[in-house]
Design a protein around this ligand. Sequence first.
Ligand SMILES: Nc1nc2c(c(=O)[nH]1)N(C=O)[C@@H](CNc1ccc(C(=O)N[C@@H](CCC(=O)O)C(=O)O)cc1)CN2
Ligand SMILES: Nc1nc2c(ncn2[C@@H]2O[C@H](COP(=O)(O)OP(=O)(O)OP(=O)(O)O)[C@@H](O)[C@H]2O)c(=O)[nH]1
Ligand SMILES: [Mg+2]
Length: 458
Amino acid sequence: MNQDTIAAISTPMGEGGIAVIRISGDKAIAEADRIFFGATKLAIVPSHTVHYGFIKHPLTMERIDEVLVTVMKAPKSFTTEDVVEISCHGGFISVKMVLDLLLEQQVRLAEPGEFTKRAYLNGRIDLSQAEAVIDLIRAKSDRAHRVAMKQAEGALSNNIKRLRHELVELMAHIEVNIDYPEHDVEEMTNAFITTRCLKAIAQIEQLLNSSQQGKILREGIVTAIIGKPNVGKSSLLNTLAQENRAIVTEIPGTTRDVIEEFVTVNGIPLKLLDTAGIRETSDIVEKLGVEKSKNALADADLILLVFNGAEKLEPDELTLIEQLKDKQTIVIVNKLDLLQRIELDVLAGHFPADRIVSMSLLEQQGIADLEKAIASLFFSGQVELNDQTYVSNARHIALLKKARSSIDEAYEAAGAAVPIDLLQIDIRNAWEYLGEIIGDSVGESLIDQIFSQFCLGK
Ligand SMILES: Nc1nc2c(c(=O)[nH]1)N(C=O)[C@@H](CNc1ccc(C(=O)N[C@@H](CCC(=O)O)C(=O)O)cc1)CN2
Ligand SMILES: Nc1nc2c(ncn2[C@@H]2O[C@H](COP(=O)(O)OP(=O)(O)OP(=O)(O)O)[C@@H](O)[C@H]2O)c(=O)[nH]1
Ligand SMILES: [Mg+2]
């Protein structure tokens, strides 16, 4: 099935110091030897060694690039096949020429994710570890990176394997009872099954509970900056993004469209949305902007509600406060550098004190306070990532939920004295759902779909 020898450029397209072509498969070394000219032929070098030489056109002997070549022999390689990596000079043309030379013969272009797919199919990593490689590449914060790294190392897989092992033990116990019903294990059985089911449910619950945090770590907390015009919403986005991302002017109604920016605050990734100031308006463009603000508000996980501290609260703003009752909100009283006229007591009637932050974005004051408020909201302080496994993948979450409801059914059946061979089916289903997480018993189309999310050359 894996007969083809494959190759791809494994570094990003564009100008760079060096660019790497990776080749994997039975013919990797022979094919590289055809175009590589160095002190020795690669066919006879030891595994895990690096060699200097030139890539030349095998017929015209035209020099194409000066390179370093790494040889990693099966099974001690990323794919477990023979792997050769050619480090070319960066830039587009020479790498492309070297790749084309390989593709002219017995090498085909790798599909996206095919190297990692081979590592999976050849048993070097399981499916959840392969999926973690995608997360690792896409991680946008230190925390997201650590979660993905842990999963890549097999933390989730180990949890799942342990759970499955316990379910197998349970099934074996029940099997004995089916085969030898006269045995005195029967007495024990229902109580035993109930206890074991509860234990398994608790373990799955724990993994599912971590998923909310896992999702946040991966995708960022969707955070909408909301307020009436001219209070400093775009100034806040620019401050948190540490660049002038949004236009700031003294004219109310400057921002018309939703502006997105990914930022990290104390290691917490936020997907920040700067929005148009909310007010009644007859301007058609601004009206559409206000509509978008209201949609962003509805979809957000967190609201940063901005007020101008130099002005009294307006009826529109009080309405807005009412609308945000069910949302996680942090209030920002901006323009602290000006004479303050805002009714702080009114705000204090609606929001707890630790959710109200005074700032001057003009003078860059109060930023640390805001960061602290955000961090304490989401991680009840600075929680460190400990040994807990974070589940962050939608596919894994769905399977964990299915496994849990199967065990729920077994648990209830045990209580209702349903024949145990029926309940055995529920436990077996749970065992299979969990197996799908690590790639036991998954169909080819699912595997293809997962690996197609990778970039070329991975
Ligand atoms: N140049 C290069 N850098 C890279 C990769 C690569 O393929 N090539 N990787 C690709 O993602 C990552 C590193 N991951 C790797 C994981 C395992 C093996 C490997 O050869 N494992 C063998 C041998 C280990 C040993 O010698 O002790 C094994 O586990 O059997 C290689 C890379 C990131 N950096
Ligand atoms: N004095 C003072 N002015 C500020 C402060 N923060 C922002 N401003 C000014 O207030 C004006 C509006 O700021 P923006 O950030 O554009 O306000 P906005 O809420 O995005 O406004 P719209 O996009 O129109 O809804 C600009 O002139 C800013 O320079 C502050 O802390 N103090
Ligand atoms: Mg604005």
